[in-house]
Design a protein around this ligand. Structure first.
Ligand SMILES: [Zn+2]
Ligand SMILES: [Zn+2]
Length: 178
């Protein structure tokens, strides 16, 4: 049990330069917990959380990128059965949770909340390994172990019988609730 949520501790988000900075956004923690559940993870390792502007530039980023805003993490997701998820799997799950910033990395994945929090743009799906910036979607139809919809029976939709008259002809049928 972490001191921020069920699986996360404040110290995991701390800037690695030693400045002591960290203040992860509440939504970031919430979404990471959702990701944890959806992937039924054994653990999520944060390889980089907050970066102060100086450190961000030092590791090849920008002084104002999402890591400096406390809305981003780079993560590795360990599976319960052993091994780790591929970056593409993390990205797919993260997109379903709603993360607006997602970037594939080597064996890890960058996720951030730019869609909901103050940031220079509100959407970015990319690949940090080859510099691609306009990936449309990471969805490949993967069924994750934490997916609850899988064994849920299909909901029965309400239908109503309708009859319409048009040009002296009568049309009738069932209308399904949307
Ligand atoms: Zn720092
Ligand atoms: Zn990152």
């Amino acid at each position: 049990m972490g001191n921020l949520s069920a699986h996360f501790d404040k110290s995991e988000f701390r800037c690695q330069c030693g400045c002591g900075g960290e203040n992860p956004s509440k939504l970031l923690i919430e979404r990471l917990e959702k990701l944890f559940d959806l992937m039924d993870a054994k653990s999520i390792i944060i390889t980089s959380g907050y970066r102060c502007p100086k450190y961000s530039v030092k590791v090849g980023g920008f002084s104002s990128d999402a890591h400096t805003c406390n809305i981003a993490v780079d993560i590795i997701v360990n599976k319960k059965g052993g091994g780790t998820y591929a970056a593409e799997d993390i990205a797919e799950a993260a997109e379903r949770i709603g993360f607006g910033g997602i970037g594939l990395m080597n064996g890890a994945c960058h996720v951030d909340n730019r869609d909901c929090e103050t940031y220079i743009n509100n959407h970015w799906f990319g690949d940090e390994r080859d510099g691609r910036n306009y990936i449309k979607t990471f969805q490949r139809g993967t069924v994750f172990p934490g997916e609850k919809s899988v064994d849920k029976p299909a909901e029965k939709k309400k239908t109503v019988k309708v009859t319409l008259t048009y040009d002296d002809h009568e049309y009738s049928g069932l209308l399904e609730e949307m």
